[in-house]
Design a protein. Structure first.
Length: 242
């Protein structure tokens, strides 16, 4: 079974959601007319591909890098539907609905940290493995595989701890798909991708490559088939390597 988890960047570097032209700019009428912001485009383009392959069409969906309601503390991993006990939403429509609903309830902040989201993904695969181990025979343990989709503007502030978590995460049934929006410098995302050099941290080399980075601007005008190929071309090998 292939399942997907989604994490969306709400840090201040994206610009205010009520300012025209920013990455999160949201206007109900514009959306209805099909004028999507960068995150809506990423959710729609990438999500339509992922939804086809997801086993149950339900996506645990999180945000990071924002203060919720009146809090002055930045949350680096919060359920987009405001239900931490059940963060799943139904399909791409559910992701967009939760995204639109929460925007007025948060204040974009920072810094941009991937660590909490990565920890959440690793916790999910560990919990799933423990549940299966208690319920079925050990052979079923590798039948579930999680792909974490992170949509971000690319300005990451916890590169070292993110690297460590990716290196550790390579030992679990996990892949990470990072989609960059906007025109920021994505150099660190390319490093995390690990195409040129396998990631390592503290002397430990990742047991396999689990990260794929794609810049939205590079794929947004391609056909659905080309987009699917670009996004998913490494995942089958990553699953087999695991």
């Amino acid at each position: 079974d292939l399942n997907f988890m989604v994490a969306i960047d709400f840090t201040a570097s994206n610009g205010s959601y009520d300012a025209v032209g920013t990455l999160h700019y949201y206007n109900t009428e514009s959306f209805r007319r099909g004028n999507l912001n960068s995150y809506e485009k990423a959710i729609t383009l990438v999500g339509n591909v992922l939804e086809y392959y997801d086993t149950d069409k339900k996506f645990p969906t999180y945000g990071f890098g924002a203060c919720i309601d009146q809090s002055t503390t930045t949350s680096h991993c919060f359920a987009l539907n405001r239900n931490e006990d059940d963060p799943e939403v139904d399909g791409i429509r559910g992701i967009l609905d939760a995204y639109h609903a929460i925007i007025p309830q948060i204040r974009f902040k920072g810094p941009t940290l991937f660590s909490n989201v990565l920890k959440k993904a690793i916790q999910c695969v560990l919990l799933a493995a423990l549940t299966r181990r208690n319920a079925v025979d050990i052979q079923e343990e590798k039948s579930k595989y999680l792909v974490l989709l992170i949509i971000t503007d690319g300005c990451i502030d916890d590169f070292d701890s993110t690297t460590q978590l990716i290196v550790d995460g390579a030992d679990f049934p996990l892949s990470i798909l990072i989609v960059g929006v906007g025109s920021a410098n994505f150099e660190k995302m390319e490093v995390l991708d690990g195409n040129d050099k396998r990631l390592s941290y503290g002397g430990k080399v990742a047991s396999r490559d689990i990260v794929k980075f794609v810049a939205l601007n590079a794929i947004k005008d391609r056909t659905p088939q080309e987009i699917a190929k670009t996004l998913l071309e490494e995942i089958p090998r990553q699953v087999v390597d695991y």
